[in-house]
Ligand binder design. Sequence first.
Ligand code: CMP
Length: 236
Amino acid sequence: MILKETDKLLVGKFLKRIPAFGNLSDKRVDQIINDFTIRTFRAGETVFYQTDMSTDMYIILEGRVKVTLLSEEGDEFVLTDLNQGDFFGELSLIDGNPRSASVIAEEDSTFAVLERNRFLDAIKEDPDIAIDLLKSLVQRLRTATEREESLAFLAVHQRLVKLFTKLIKDEGKKQKNNFYLLKKRTHKEIAERIGASRESVSKVIKKLVSGNLIIEGGDVFLLSPDLFEDIEEPTD
Ligand code: CMP
């Protein structure tokens, strides 16, 4: 499929931000752009399921996805949320094995999609792509290890504070009273991201609300800086 000029510009813009492609010359990026296709998904649609045999890699041009593990009982454990400019699908792309997790669009999303064979061709021409991709994989592995450490050693309260710290770094705003403002999540959404039950998250939040460490508004959380006194306070 031939990309429209506007899509080419968009793909080129994001391609340069991805470590694996960031060091390529403009000329090479212009060539690789032509190997991508564009796919769109509506909020709530599944891009692919864990164990699917597809092997394409996706770059998020617009929107947001969650990378998640789904149990047969319908429980969910969200490994990570990915935003505009992030990529996913590199594991099956590299080894040709089934998907390691499911990916679901959290907003209407548009992706630039690269087929495995095209990617392997690109690596043969520019081996630096493989080295840079390896660096991204190592970073993801480190993050996953840190998360396992949290699951193994931290109580639900501490895991919750860690999640809030990350969310504040990504999107939080400091208010005049030094509280941090964050888009509200349901207790279920929080539970799925810290490997806890919804009930235990509700219990911890209730306690924090009664201690004035969290204020739950209609669609926001206000978080007191005192919530972070045991761990490094987020910098914004
Ligand atoms: P793949 O296995 O092809 O399909 C699922 C994708 O989710 C995977 O490639 C990675 O891009 C991404 N993924 C899987 N596990 C993690 C994780 N622990 N952290 C971040 N991303 C992940």
